[in-house]
Each structure stands twice: as C-alpha cells, then as structure tokens.
Write a protein that binds this ligand. Structure first.
Ligand SMILES: NC(=O)C1=CN([C@@H]2O[C@H](COP(=O)(O)OP(=O)(O)OC[C@H]3O[C@@H](n4cnc5c(N)ncnc54)[C@H](OP(=O)(O)O)[C@@H]3O)[C@@H](O)[C@H]2O)C=CC1
Ligand SMILES: CC(=O)[C@@H](O)[C@H](O)COP(=O)(O)O
Ligand SMILES: [Mn+2]
Length: 391
C-alpha cells in the first residue's frame, strides 16, 4: 500500500489522481490533501478519501471547512505552513505535486527535503529552481517521477538506456488552439478561444500556456533539469495529433517514443506505480485508425514565448524564475481581459530585460526573484492596459 499526499487535489491533475486511487483502493491510501479555494470539491474529497490532514490557502477557508465537516473533519491547516505540513507528514511515501504555478515550489521542496518521492506535475518547481531541486534529490536519494506527459514519455523511452547514448530529446507540442492562426488574427483572440485546447482537458493556466507555447518553453527547462541535458540537445516538434508524447533520439540513429491517447491518467499512473503498470480502463490507441502523424518545426515568430524560455535558460540563475513569474502575471492579466493575447510575451520580455541575474544557491533567491518579477510584470501589464491597445 503506497501512502500518498496530494498537493493540489482539487485541480485537473489532482482529480485524475484521485480517480486512479479510487480505482485501485488496495494499492493507494490518501494521507493528506491540499486545495486552494475550491472548498466544495475538497469537502467531497475529504468525505470520500478520509485523509488525516488537509490544507487550504486561507484560515477563513479552513474554518469554513471545519464548520461544514463537523465531527468528520480531519486536521485542517492553512497557508504555506499548512501545505508544507501536508507535504512532509511522516506517514507519506510519495507526494503528488499538482499545485499550479510557483506556489508549488516550497511544498514540493519541503517534501523532497523530508525524503519523499515525488510524482511531479508542477513543472514550475523545476523551471524556477531546477539546479537546487536536482541537487536536493541527489543528496537525499529520493526519486522524481515525471507526470508531465512529454517528460513521462521521455522517461519511459530512456528506461534501460544510458544517458551518454542520447543524442537529443524531442518534445512534441500540439501547437495549441492557434497552431494555424495568422499572427494578425492572434491579436484579438479571447480567453475562451485560448482556453479551447484541441486535445487536452487541463487547468486554465496551463491551457493558456499551451496557446502561447510557453508551456513548451517551460517543458524545455523542465527537461533540462529532469534529464540533465543541455538546452541545445532539446528540440521541440509540432505534432498536432498529441499521440506521440515525446521521443528520444540515440547516437546510433534509433528514435524511441511513447505513444498513447491524450489522457493524463497514463503518465500519472506510471509515476504512482513505477516500475509497475496499472490496468487502467482507457480506450486503446487505435493504430490502424491513425491516418497521419505529423511533425513540424515551431514558428518562433508567432510563438515568441518558446524563444523567451530558451533565452531565460541560457541566462541561467534566477532568469527562469523571473520568466515564470512574469508569465503567471501576464496570463492572469490576459484572462482578466486586461491585456491582449500577444502582449503576454511583451510582459515577459520586458520583465526579463530589466532583471539582473543572480546565481542560485538557496531557494530564497528564487523566491526573491519571483516576487521582484511579479511586481515588475504587473507594472508592465498595467502600462500596456492603459496604453489603449486592448481589442
Ligand atoms: N492538467 C494537465 O493535464 C497537466 C498539468 N500539468 C501541470 O500540473 C500542475 C497542475 O495543473 P492543473 O491540474 O491543470 O491545474 P489546475 O488549475 O486545474 O489545479 C491547480 C491546483 O492547485 C491549487 N492551487 C492553485 N493556487 C494555489 C496556491 N496559491 N496555493 C495552494 N494551492 C493552489 C488549486 O486549488 P483550487 O482549485 O482549490 O483553488 C488546484 O488544486 C501545473 O503545474 C501544470 O503545468 C502538467 C501536465 C499536464
Ligand atoms: C498533457 C500535457 O502534458 C500538457 O503539457 C500538454 O502537453 C499541453 O499540450 P501542448 O503540447 O499544446 O503544450
Ligand atoms: Mn506537457
């Protein structure tokens, strides 16, 4: 029986994880759950999975939950301390890190520092603090199992192989809802347009990241640290079908890939049960029904966020944390109707340009850079909003 803590249990990845737990009750037990503001969903999850401890963002939210659950309430905590307590509980074997954004960093690092294995969906942890995270993982001998579909595919395609035989990692990208949209028409797309991912059902922030292709940029940075591969050996190919989840090219010319229908339950289940596979009740991939699997180069002119991610990775130190924080602010501003879609990249570019890169020696440097970038990016976004360029 594997004992789980699920950070971000009320989100898209959290809910899929709990569906797997529910399907395999003899294999998994839920010890802790954490949510942001969705108290109704968390209450349902508490009643169903009976965790011993949960955490939410605000003390008021915690009080509301206590009142609603009455005698059925587990220990209910709040704030970052609550998240950290739920990440580090001594009964837990593995943490599922599924909070969205840089908010996932501190509890995920805390879980690693307390010796837990991590099923990692929160790519922002590696984006913002990659070298610190991988150093801690090595030092403590814990394991990181990728949940992100591309990284799970690469992980699976590298099992039984030597890293020094790898020539390139090839991340596939769907191209998002605007894959074929001319630049001029991308200016005035709406949040609803941008949230309509062609292949995956996901949370709002990552859906917008897919539409700008910042998601792929974040994934390049994630792959750089997860697999210890230099950026020039990480390629991105547009693959609109989202069937080939990523590929590894070896020095002898062999290319090994993992394929499957686009459903996050496959990578989540593999991260939870590695090296075993769970008999998931998913429709099989209909190979004979696949008429074409295509691959193409990304268009960096229409999707500048991907280029900005490579730039931040080359700048090193605190730059990727700044890229990430500026992106979070810009995505929020776009979703709130404050800035046009194409200005997401402008906010990130201006914030990065004004940043003095610092080396990463401690997580505090990441948190300081994150805070600085949020303030800067907010100012840039407000200026853009006031500049009358809205659609
Ligand atoms: N969805 C997917 O298919 C994939 C997601 N990922 C990655 O997984 C992570 C989660 O994504 P996804 O599930 O889509 O996101 P969602 O937005 O669906 O869920 C996010 C979760 O984080 C919680 N949360 C948000 N902000 C905070 C905060 N400040 N403090 C504590 N908890 C918070 C939310 O709580 P609440 O809702 O209660 O407010 C929710 O439980 C992201 O990093 C994403 O990039 C990677 C690959 C695929
Ligand atoms: C399911 C998953 O892992 C997402 O990160 C997905 O890959 C997003 O699709 P894009 O390829 O459009 O970014
Ligand atoms: Mn992905």
């Amino acid at each position: 029986m594997k004992k789980l803590g699920i950070l971000g249990s009320t989100g898209s990845i959290g809910v899929s994880t709990l569906e797997i737990v529910a399907d395999f009750p003899d294999q998994f037990e839920v010890v802790t759950l954490t949510a942001g503001n969705n108290l109704t969903r968390l209450e349902e999850q508490i009643r169903r999975f009976r965790p011993k401890m949960v955490a939410v963002i605000s003390p008021e939210g915690a009080e509301t939950l206590r009142r609603r659950l009455g005698a059925d309430a587990p220990e209910i905590l709040s704030g970052v301390e609550g998240l950290v307590a739920c990440a580090c509980d001594p009964d837990i074997d593995m943490i599922v890190s599924a909070i969205v954004g840089a908010a996932g960093l501190v509890p995920t690092m805390a879980a690693i520092e307390s010796g837990k294995d991590v099923a990692l969906a929160n790519k922002e942890t590696l984006v913002t603090a990659g070298p610190l995270v991988t150093a801690a993982v090595k030092r403590l001998g814990v394991r990181l199992f990728p949940v992100d579909s591309e990284h799970s595919a690469i992980f699976q395609s590298m099992e039984g192989h030597r890293m020094d035989n790898v020539r390139r990692l090839i991340l596939t990208a769907s191209g998002g809802p605007f894959r074929n949209r001319p630049l001029a028409e991308m200016r005035c797309v709406t949040p609803a347009d941008a949230l309509a991912h062609p292949n995956w059902s996901m949370g709002r922030k990552i859906s917008i990241d897919s539409a700008t292709m910042m998601n792929k940029g974040l994934e390049v940075i994630e792959a750089r640290w997860l697999f210890d591969v230099l950026p020039e050996r990480i390629a991105v190919h547009i693959h609109p079908q989202s069937i080939v989840h990523s590929l590894v090219e070896y020095i002898d010319g062999a290319v090994i890939a993992q394929l499957g229908i686009p459903d996050m339950k496959t990578p989540i289940a593999y991260a939870l049960s590695h090296p075993h596979r769970l008999p998931l009740n998913l429709p099989p991939l209909d190979l004979c029904g696949l008429r074409n699997l295509t691959f193409d180069e990304p268009d960096l002119e229409r999707f500048p966020c991907l280029g900005l991610a490579y730039e931040a990775l080359a700048m090193g130190g605190t730059a990727p944390a700044v890229l990430n924080a500026a992106n979070e602010v810009a995505v929020e501003a776009f979703l709130n109707g404050e800035i046009p879609f194409l200005e997401i990249a402008s906010v990130i570019r201006a914030t990065l340009a004004g940043h003095e890169v610092k080396n990463l020696e401690h997580i505090d440097e990441v948190l300081r850079a994150d805070l600085w970038a949020r303030k800067q990016a907010r100012q840039v976004a407000v200026k853009i909003a006031g500049g009358g360029q809205a659609c």
